[in-house]
Design a protein around this ligand. Structure first.
Ligand code: GAP
Length: 455
């Protein structure tokens, strides 16, 4: 299948249980996806790896899990109620809806386009039809809280997770006795009523963010902005994404979000789409804390006791999409090789190998008894019981061993343990490495230690 589009990953994701269309038996719900048995393992491993890098391995970052529904005033203060809009146009002929700023980027609009200007000469890129005036469309999902419908009960699904961090600034700083600079990290769902969702899980209306807000002295904004930019890029490289598929893109002044003084995206080269945003690093200045101070009436300044200095901290934000990251890791790990598993039926075709980083692979070790006969089954189950205490394992005894290797390669399992009749005698098993294809005899007794080293 062509790797020039996302098709190969969409197909693998469904076939092997990574990602399904939401509500599929009812015809699906546009731009919503469900993570299947392997997808949830992969995504959880990505979130775990992010948390390890951002919280576990650092002294200066703590975690948070704030609620999705928050006091609606927060969205007034944050600027989302007034400013979190996309410019929208409809084609009068084919009825297709477009984001005007995307048309501009694609070169189908005048370069001096501004969302609130009416342009005379815009046409639909699909059918050439006339477009409507530009309307501003707020991306926040609105719902009602409580049993009585009506004004005053409007509440919003959060469009970004970070606001939960800002409004807990004092709680966290005081309860943990934190000194600036310090960071707060959180992973959670965010919702945006996107005008043009699409490209599989790249742009959806419900997605997950992994965000970290670093509270600093205003004078140190540049230092920390540059530092976090490099750290976030390094994380993707460390987790196995190919260097050539990643790049930074600095935002021009006129495309900065309403809260940002400076912003740089980390872009991934998504097939069929080119380089597109995977994550963002933002210098949010004192916008958020100042606004929440103004709207809540609470003092959100920080006093440096040693220097006797009082100030409103600046915030350097790192914002990654867990879904865009999952998609990027899947795409980047995807490899097609000449038949190598020994699967007889697959001869003369190519095989798929998902070369995922070991920390991210959904299944770490597959247990493959060569026969279903009882003594082999018994030993294999025993080995699985030992290994599953520390690793996600999968037991597979159906089909030829070639076919089973092929199945594991396709989902990125780094190690397969094969138990054969010799194993009953010499108490050794064969461990096959997904990437090197090397096979080693390892004693059953030493298996746990062996994998402790490898994984
Ligand atoms: N708090 C800052 C913020 O939300 P953003 O650039 O709007 O910044 C951050 O979003 C990240 O969230 C993006 O880099 C992307 O990975 C992810 N994201 C944003 N909108 C998304 C959508 N509709 N579908 C999937 N992921 C999305």
């Amino acid at each position: 299948m062509s790797k020039e589009s996302l098709d190969h990953i969409v197909s693998l994701a469904k076939r092997r249980g990574f990602i399904f269309q939401s509500s599929e038996i009812y015809g699906g719900l546009s731009s919503c996806y469900d993570y299947g048995p392997l997808g949830v393992l992969l995504k959880n491993n990505i979130k775990k790896a992010w948390n390890k890098a951002m919280v576990q391995n650092r002294d200066d970052v703590v975690g948070l899990d704030s609620s999705i529904l928050m006091q609606p005033k927060i969205w007034e203060a944050s600027g989302h109620l007034a400013g979190f809009t996309d410019p929208l146009v409809d084609c009068k002929k084919c009825k297709k809806r477009w984001r005007a700023d995307h048309l501009l980027q694609a070169g189908s609009m005048k370069p001096d386009f501004r969302p609130d200007n009416k342009e005379e000469d815009l046409t639909c890129p699909e059918c050439g039809g006339e477009l409507t005036d530009i309307r501003k469309f707020n991306l926040m999902f609105k719902t009602q809280m409580g049993v009585v419908e009506g004004e005053g009960n409007d509440i919003y699904l959060r469009p970004e997770t970070c606001q939960g961090i800002y409004v807990n600034f004092l709680n966290i700083q005081q309860s943990q006795r934190l000194k600036i600079p310090f960071g707060v990290a959180q992973i959670g769902k965010a919702f945006r009523n996107e005008i043009t969702p699409g490209n599989f899980t790249f742009r959806t209306r419900e997605f997950e963010q992994m965000e970290m807000q670093y509270f600093i002295h205003p004078k140190q904004a540049k230092k920390y902005f540059d530092e976090w930019k490099e750290l976030r890029m390094k994380w993707y490289l460390d987790m196995g994404i190919k260097k050539d598929n990643l790049k930074f893109r600095k935002h021009e002044k006129d495309e900065l979000a309403h809260y940002a003084k400076e912003a740089t995206d980390i872009e991934y080269n998504y097939p069929g789409m080119g380089f597109k945003e995977l994550a963002g690093i933002h210098n949010r200045g004192d916008w958020d804390l100042s606004q929440h101070q103004k709207f809540s009436g609470q003092d959100l300044t920080y006093t440096d006791q040693e220097k006797g200095e009082k100030f409103t901290p600046y915030i350097i934000e790192t914002s990654d999409g867990a879904d865009r990251a999952t998609l990027a890791f899947l795409l980047d790990a995807y490899d097609e090789v000449e038949t190598r598993s020994g699967d007889e039926k697959a001869k003369h075709s190519t095989e798929t190998v998902l070369r995922l980083h070991k920390d991210l692979a959904p299944i770490k070790v597959a247990i493959l008894p060569l026969s279903k006969k009882e003594p082999l089954q018994k030993l294999s189950k025993k080995i699985q019981e030992e290994l599953r205490r520390n690793y996600m394992t999968q037991y597979d005894e159906t089909g030829s061993i070639g076919k089973r290797y092929r199945r594991q390669d396709e989902i990125g399992t780094p190690y397969c343990v094969t138990i054969d009749f010799d194993s009953l005698e010499d108490k050794k098993v064969t461990v096959r490495d997904r990437d090197t294809m090397e096979q080693e005899r390892v004693s059953v007794e030493e298996l746990e230690e062996y994998f402790r080293d490898k994984l």
